[in-house]
Design a protein around this ligand. Structure first.
Ligand SMILES: Cc1cc2nc3c(=O)[nH]c(=O)nc-3n(C[C@H](O)[C@H](O)[C@H](O)COP(=O)(O)OP(=O)(O)OC[C@H]3O[C@@H](n4cnc5c(N)ncnc54)[C@H](O)[C@@H]3O)c2cc1C
Length: 250
């Protein structure tokens, strides 16, 4: 981690460069994990700190990057001596790891709301009707299985949100949620693309923002986006390791 923060008497100064900031061009705030420029902890590591940075702050430059599917889905963000009041530091300076792992657990279980999948499956059904496409036996079977799996995702999300609402921490269960929705996202995209067949094949993969494309043209774009679902939010093999470690106790 090369981005650094210096805590000075009247504030905090952030400098460095971050890539992979999803949709930063549309954000008002960024949560930035940085290392403290000064000091080392007992193990010789630089202590971490999380700073809430308004995208409008002086010294913040956001450059959207276009992904292979044509969408500017993440950005490179430069922080050139961005000076902010001390109350922009989340938690105590040096406790950044605890802050960010809590934030990431919340992200892992909330990034893909069940409603997203319900909407996409309903949209797919409508499109197949509009295009007069009769899905084959396999596609129908997979659509039915997806309906069940989305219901499981909804029930599991309720359980996790219940834990959080009671002031608890879902711990490694957030990793179960991540594994559930990342694969669900890919299966919905794969099934939709296969069912749409030629209609989706003929889609225009050129950058579609801000132009609103016909709904079925979104599916190839979503298909490629879904490939990344098993990477962002913490790669799936890493989530499996979190679970394995919690199951065997170390
Ligand atoms: C589309 C997209 C949007 C993103 N948006 C953001 C964002 O907004 N903010 C942000 O901070 N980051 C963002 N990221 C970055 C993302 O969080 C990381 O890419 C992700 O957490 C994986 O980390 P990594 O790239 O360091 O890969 P690593 O975790 O190093 O993984 C590299 C490879 O090694 C494998 N691997 C690693 N550890 C293990 C293990 N213990 N056992 C088995 N295999 C292992 C992984 O599966 C993978 O194949 C985004 C990434 C993508 C693709």
């Amino acid at each position: 981690m090369r981005t650094r923060s210096s805590v000075v008497t009247d504030g905090v100064v952030v400098r460095g460069l971050k890539v992979w900031c999803s949709f930063a061009q549309q954000a008002d705030w960024l949560l930035v994990l940085t290392a403290l420029a000064e000091g080392r902890d007992d193990r010789g590591h630089r202590p971490l700190v999380v700073v809430a940075v308004p995208t409008a702050a002086r010294g913040v430059t956001i450059t959207p990057l276009r992904m292979l599917n044509g969408v500017p889905g993440f950005c490179e963000v430069a922080f050139d001596d961005v000076r902010l009041p001390l109350d922009h530091v989340l938690g105590r300076p040096g406790r950044g790891w605890q802050v960010i792992t809590t934030v990431l657990r919340a992200e892992r279980m909330a990034l893909m709301a069940p409603a997203r999948f319900e909407y996409r499956l309903a949209q797919l059904g409508q499109m197949l009707d509009d295009l007069r496409i009769e899905p084959g036996h396999r596609a129908r079977a997979e659509l039915a299985t997806l309906d069940v799996d989305v219901a499981v995702h909804r029930a599991f999300t309720r359980v996790l949100l219940g834990v959080v609402a009671d002031g608890g921490d879902p711990g490694p269960l957030a990793s179960v949620s991540k594994l559930l929705w990342s694969r669900l996202d890919q299966r919905v995209a794969e099934t939709g693309l296969a069912a749409l067949g030629d209609a989706a094949e003929s889609a225009d993969l050129e950058p579609f923002l801000p132009r609103v494309p016909p709904a079925w043209q979104e599916w190839p774009v979503e298909y490629w986006q879904a490939r990344a679902a098993s990477i962002y939010g913490g790669a799936d093999p890493v989530q499996r390791e979190v679970l394995a470690r919690s199951a065997i106790g170390h």
